[in-house]
Design a protein around this ligand. Structure first.
Ligand SMILES: Nc1ncnc2c1ncn2[C@@H]1O[C@H](COP(=O)(O)OP(=O)(O)O)[C@@H](O)[C@H]1O
Ligand SMILES: [Mg+2]
Length: 246
């Protein structure tokens, strides 16, 4: 198996004035190439912290993140930024689209930020918008789109650099169940068709059931794992584990 992302004894502490908050306490996580992994756990268990560290958006207090064989702590800020831009796509709960840019321009943004010209990528941007069913909404501004449509723009944006890894934090958390299902189908399809590794944080058992493997965090520790075949871990089993963690 080809491990594309792993952590070694990952620890993150936040200082709140005099008080030390331990968000992660020695997490050993991994994801294989092309795997769809869900991270679940109660509110405050460290899910978002772990996802941010996996993507190099924040640095650990101790321990290591190894992304495509590269320990992130060995990289300079510039090298880390470059690695992140080239290898990782991010999807957040609140879409984070720029309000003054059209859907197509928002999708193109990671290319612009990486100093690339848009013109050679026009077809790819159109294809991505077609893939997320927004071919006829390319010139719409975010506030002319529904929440589900905005999140589909954000998904197209996350894939525009053809990243090896996509990290998603509660990507369906702000959507009705029908839009949420469409997003999850898209992620699963991308995982299958593009062999993209997807790591998705969610507190929703239904959403997690789309993943092939679900890991459970509690108080900053990985405490359980459910593995399943192509159909994913069942929502019923996921709910059972979640109930035992409360
Ligand atoms: N920037 C921060 N400063 C201080 N404490 C934080 C910060 N971010 C998260 N925490 C704390 O770390 C713990 C884990 O938070 P988080 O990773 O956001 O959990 P989750 O995403 O599972 O709800 C919580 O106790 C939270 O209050
Ligand atoms: Mg969170």
């Amino acid at each position: 198996m080809d491990t594309i992302l792993e952590t070694k004894d990952l620890t993150k502490e936040y200082l709140m004035g005099e008080v030390r908050v331990t968000a992660l306490a020695g997490v050993n996580f991994y994801a294989q190439r092309g795997e769809f992994v869900a991270i679940m756990g109660p509110s405050g268990s460290g899910k978002s912290t772990l996802l941010h560290l996996l993507g190099g958006l924040d640095t650990p207090t101790s321990g290591e993140v190894i992304l495509t064989g590269q320990p992130l702590s060995a990289l300079s800020d510039d090298e880390l930024t470059r690695l992140r831009r080239q290898k990782v796509g991010f999807i957040f709960q609140f879409y984070n689209l720029l309000p003054t840019l059209s859907a197509a321009e928002n999708v193109a943004l990671p290319l612009l930020i990486d100093g690339k010209a848009i013109q050679p990528h026009r077809q790819q941007i159109e294809a991505l918008l077609g893939l997320v069913n927004l071919a006829d909404r390319q010139d719409h501004l975010p506030d002319q789109l529904s929440g589900g449509q905005q999140q589909r723009v954000a998904i197209a944006r996350a894939f525009v650099t053809r990243p090896e890894i996509v990290l998603a934090d509660e990507p369906t958390g702000n959507l009705d169940s029908q839009s949420g299902t469409a997003i999850l189908e898209l992620l699963r399809q991308a995982c299958r068709d593009l062999n993209t590794t997807i790591v998705m944080v969610t507190h929703d058992a239904q959403a997690a059931s789309y993943a092939g493997r679900v890991v459970f965090l509690k108080d900053g520790r990985l405490v359980h794992e459910l593995v399943n075949g192509r159909a994913g871990a069942s929502a019923k089993n996921i709910l059972k584990v979640m109930a035992s963690l409360q």
